[in-house]
Design a protein around this ligand. Structure first.
Ligand code: GDP
Ligand code: ZN
Length: 367
């Protein structure tokens, strides 16, 4: 290893304070260079990292540097995700367009383009079951939609081709057939199928132990996360304006609304509301439900940021109770001019910090 050509690899797994990095076909157990932790720039599974102190016989090394990542998601914590495939069954459990829309919207908000996999297609009673989904999501919204059944392995061919040389995350409710799908793509994976209750209890405690699996041995760079993504997410982290932005259905109509900050609910001159086909569809109802959550979040965010901006000035008065005067904290005077969006982003960071603390506690309980 020369200084000009340090060994780089991909972080595949994090467990019990060790990072497992795959480099040139070897899986190294790595510690982290102290400064990285201090700077708070710890690598995420999926990151490319630079190694030093490489010791091939013991397969150990140290992570010296985290290379730039193109994106990151929080559930599970992963970097450089190429695609998210929403696996939703046609039946058992019954396809629910509103749930599907929730997944799609979370993924769009994360800056990724979802791919739809409608599983258990063998349970279709009529052709229209499938055609309706195709019409809404593929023809109407331009998403890629695949209909699959593990009883017909050839129905997975197109999906298999799509995963090549990429990092994929599967999303979708428990029981929708995600493990079955992966087992059919690669018989060697042998993931547990159908043990839903066990998976749920396991899932709560292992959120940090995400691992990237090699989907096909002959393709080391075709990777898939072993943990489903975007589960149990509410829309309590996004502002209404941003939410409406990711609705593809509104794209053509939005510029014709009278108000540029239109949320397409009851505003005058709303072009979205004027389109009967849009407001009578399932997607619009999904939107209203998400919007309600997002509005609650906005209210909570602005109340909490107002609280932060004020402090108390204590005036000690002889013989009397101290007088507390509400005043703007010096350092927060400028903050009062911050936009709501910035304040919300601060809150998000705070929430995330709390969340990772919670996870750390859970982790130390399970380790
Ligand atoms: P996961 O929780 O999303 O990983 O779902 P599983 O892979 O554990 O599957 C849940 C149940 O659906 C199991 O009983 C599977 O046998 C069944 N299943 C999965 N894929 C299919 C399919 O393509 N067709 C049918 N009929 N059943 C399936
Ligand atoms: Zn509007």
């Amino acid at each position: 290893m020369t200084a000009e050509h340090p060994l780089t690899g991909r972080l595949r797994k994090y467990h019990s304070n060790f990072y497992y990095v795959e480099a040139e076909g070897v899986l190294y157990e790595c510690a982290l260079r102290g400064i990285i932790k201090k700077e708070g720039t710890e690598p995420l599974v999926g990151d490319f990292v630079e190694l030093d102190s490489v010791h091939l016989p013991s397969k150990t090394a140290r992570i010296n540097r985290v290379l730039a990542r193109k994106n990151a998601i929080t559930r599970p914590k992963l970097a450089n995700v190429d695609q998210v495939i929403v696996v939703y069954s046609l039946k058992e459990p019954e396809f629910d367009p509103h749930q599907m829309d929730r997944y799609l919207t979370h993924i769009e908000l994360a800056g990724l383009t979802p791919i739809l996999c409608i599983s258990k297609a063998d349970l279709a009673q009529t052709e229209t079951d499938l055609a309706n989904i195709q019409t809404l999501y593929a023809d109407g919204l331009g998403y890629q939609v695949f209909f699959t059944s593990v009883k017909k392995p050839e129905s997975l061919d197109a999906l298999r081709a799509l995963t090549k040389h990429k990092i994929s995350v599967l999303a979708g409710p428990s029981g929708s057939g995600k493990s079955s799908l992966l087992n059919t793509l690669n018989q060697h994976l042998r993931l547990r199928v159908g043990e839903v209750s066990e998976k749920i209890s396991r899932g709560q405690h292992t959120t940090r132990h995400v691992e990237l699996l090699t989907l096909f041995e002959e393709e080391p760079d075709t990777l898939i996360a072993d943990t489903p993504g975007f589960s149990n997410l509410k829309f309590n982290y996004v502002l209404p304006d941003r939410l409406q932005e990711v609705f593809r259905d509104f794209a053509e109509l939005r510029p014709h609304c009278s108000f540029s900050d239109c949320l397409h609910v009851d505003e005058e001159g709303c072009a979205v509301r004027a389109d009967e086909a849009v407001i009578n569809g399932t997607r619009y109802q999904s939107y209203l439900n998400m919007l309600a959550e997002s509005r609650l979040y906005k209210e909570a965010a602005s109340v909490s940021s107002q609280k932060e901006e004020f402090g108390y000035k204590q005036l000690d008065r002889k013989g009397k109770d101290a007088l507390r005067i509400l005043r703007l904290k010096e350092k927060n005077r400028d903050a009062s001019r911050r936009t709501v969006r910035q304040q919300v982003s601060l809150l998000e960071q705070h929430d995330q910090a709390e969340e990772s603390l919670e996870e750390e506690v859970q982790e130390s309980e399970t380790d």
